[in-house]
Design a binder for this molecule. Structure first.
Ligand SMILES: Cc1cc2nc3c(=O)[nH]c(=O)nc-3n(C[C@H](O)[C@H](O)[C@H](O)COP(=O)(O)OP(=O)(O)OC[C@H]3O[C@@H](n4cnc5c(N)ncnc54)[C@H](O)[C@@H]3O)c2cc1C
Length: 474
């Protein structure tokens, strides 16, 4: 085994225990929640912004690509290296500093999403974006992917809750983008960094807005014999002028999987199940819940259940948020897609999604943020079967193309990463892609951070990939 200068310099900075260079541990960091695997040269576990900046300077001197990593729950291959890379795991940046008076908090990039809301619960506050993976994913990952969640329909996704970002650049400088003022002067570079998927720098701290816990909430579950009726209910609720806190839909195969897994009393004979939650002041909540019920009834809901208390609400949400885990009962692997379509096209596009799955002989089930047209078709499969991965990728591409053709987009919240990179020309012109590549170049002229992600090769006149220097690997 040959330990080269690069690794020695990292060990001098962090000590041997925070530089992971043995093959097994490197292997673990080669994958995220998706189905691709990459090559890790070495993993570092910094605990301060100063250490992150110094790591970047060392990597830059040695021209080693840097892949920022949170918890690795991403589903688009964003944290998967495309060539032997330095993975910078941010999970040790876990400080939280709450300012109750201004309802804000400075949060380390490695803080888990759910831990932040647990920490602020004592002040009657929470962090509104709530990805289903919130028990595992980090705030840094949420910022990098501009993540959403079931409760983002009314509150908006991560970008609406980030006031400022501390960013380590490719030069190893520490920038402060944004401010606690509502409308800070200068260009909005904070807005550019949110959703940049680790291509512009490493997020080390974030100033987030905290949202008051609602005084009242009501969760309703409605069952339908036809997916069309559930979709019409979604449109009907919005047409009534109500924007519920959440409006989620599951088809029958997904409902069956969830019910077997969680036992939350989801009706397994329904073609579609709608989960709606309204929050706010008690009188308004009661009135809105009645309106939701009336719209569902007028669209032929076969059953409507209103959660009687917090325990029942929690159980229903546990079912929804455990949907992806529930699939493990059916097959060892899954591919979770993420696209967006106009709400009015939900039914038409779903029919095409089922048809694609049939043609590729794949089991498919759907759970999605129906309120904002964010589809999550999920294909369950066994990767050990020959040829199945090719069919999964081909089917996933077709689903994306169908959604774009219906006036939708490539991703609602999981990001582009590697998974959708080559589909970017479906939604962006050459000039659009060139503008984005120039922006990346302005932050990171040598493409140190997360090379090969988001923008397809050829987006700009320089080569996005680059050769890895010889002799650095162990
Ligand atoms: C079961 C399951 C359910 C999910 N549900 C949702 C959902 O409801 N909504 C949703 O939006 N997503 C969901 N996701 C996807 C995923 O959890 C989110 O994208 C999450 O924000 C990723 O966070 P992470 O810490 O795991 O990031 P990682 O997977 O480690 O990284 C994701 C991307 O962010 C970059 N990155 C990570 N940290 C930093 C940093 N500090 N600075 C710069 N770049 C960084 C990485 O390079 C990579 O490109 C789900 C995933 C799973 C497995």
């Amino acid at each position: 085994m040959r330990v080269v200068t690069f690794v020695r310099e990292l060990q001098d900075l962090l000590g041997e225990e925070r530089v992971l260079a043995d093959p097994l541990r490197r292997h673990v960091y080669g994958k995220d929640g998706g189905i691709r695997r990459g090559d890790v040269a070495v993993v570092t576990l910094p605990a301060t912004v100063g250490e992150v900046a110094e790591i970047v300077r060392i990597a830059s001197r040695h021209a080693i690509p840097v892949v920022p990593r949170g918890a690795g729950t991403g589903l688009a291959g964003g944290a998967v290296p495309t060539s032997p890379s330095l993975v910078v795991s941010l999970t040790r940046l876990t400080e939280i500093e709450v300012d109750v008076e201004s309802s804000t908090a400075w949060v380390g990039a490695g803080v888990l999403n759910l831990d932040l809301s647990k920490h602020t619960a004592a002040f009657g506050l929470h962090f509104a974006p709530d990805p289903s993976s919130q028990a595992a994913c980090t705030i840094g990952g949420n910022v990098a992917n501009n993540s959403g969640g079931p409760h983002c329909l009314a509150e908006g996704s991560t970008v609406n809750h980030v006031l400022a970002v501390e960013l380590v650049t490719a030069a190893g400088e520490v920038l402060m983008l944004g401010a606690d003022a509502p409308d800070p002067v200068g260009l909005d570079l904070r807005g550019i960094v949110v959703g940049s998927e680790g291509t512009l720098g490493i997020v080390t701290r974030v100033l987030v807005k905290l949202t008051p816990n609602p005084p009242a909430a009501r969760t309703l579950l409605a069952a339908f014999d036809r997916v069309e009726d559930a979709a019409a209910t979604v449109s009907g609720i919005i047409a009534e002028g109500i924007v519920p806190a959440a409006l989620e839909m599951m088809d029958q195969p997904m409902t069956i999987a969830v019910e077997r897994f969680v036992g939350a009393g989801f009706p397994t004979d329904a073609a579609a199940v709608l989960l709606a939650e309204v929050t706010g002041h008690p009188a308004a909540v009661a009135a809105e819940a009645e309106l939701v019920r009336a719209v569902a009834e007028s669209n032929h809901a076969t059953r409507i259940r209103v959660a009687a208390d917090q325990a029942e609400r929690d159980l229903l949400w546990k079912g929804r948020k455990a949907a992806f885990g529930a699939v493990a009962q059916l097959a060892p692997d899954y591919y979770l897609h993420d696209t967006v379509v106009p709400r009015t096209k939900l039914v038409e596009v779903l029919a095409q999604v089922y048809d694609i799955a049939d043609r590729y002989d794949l089991a498919i089930m759907n759970v999605f943020h129906a309120g904002d047209g964010n589809l999550h078709p999920l294909m369950a499969f066994d990767a050990s079967q020959e040829g199945v991965l090719d069919r999964v990728h081909a089917a996933a591409d077709e689903v994306a193309r169908v959604c774009v053709a219906a006036g939708g987009s490539l991703s609602g919240e999981h990001g582009i990463g590697l998974e959708k990179r080559d589909l970017m020309p479906l939604v962006f012109s050459e000039a659009d892609l060139d503008a984005q590549a120039r922006l990346v170049e302005a932050f990171d002229p040598d493409r140190l951070f997360n090379p090969d992600k988001v923008l397809p090769t050829g987006s700009r006149c320089f080569d996005m990939g680059r050769p890895v220097p010889e002799g650095i690997w162990i």
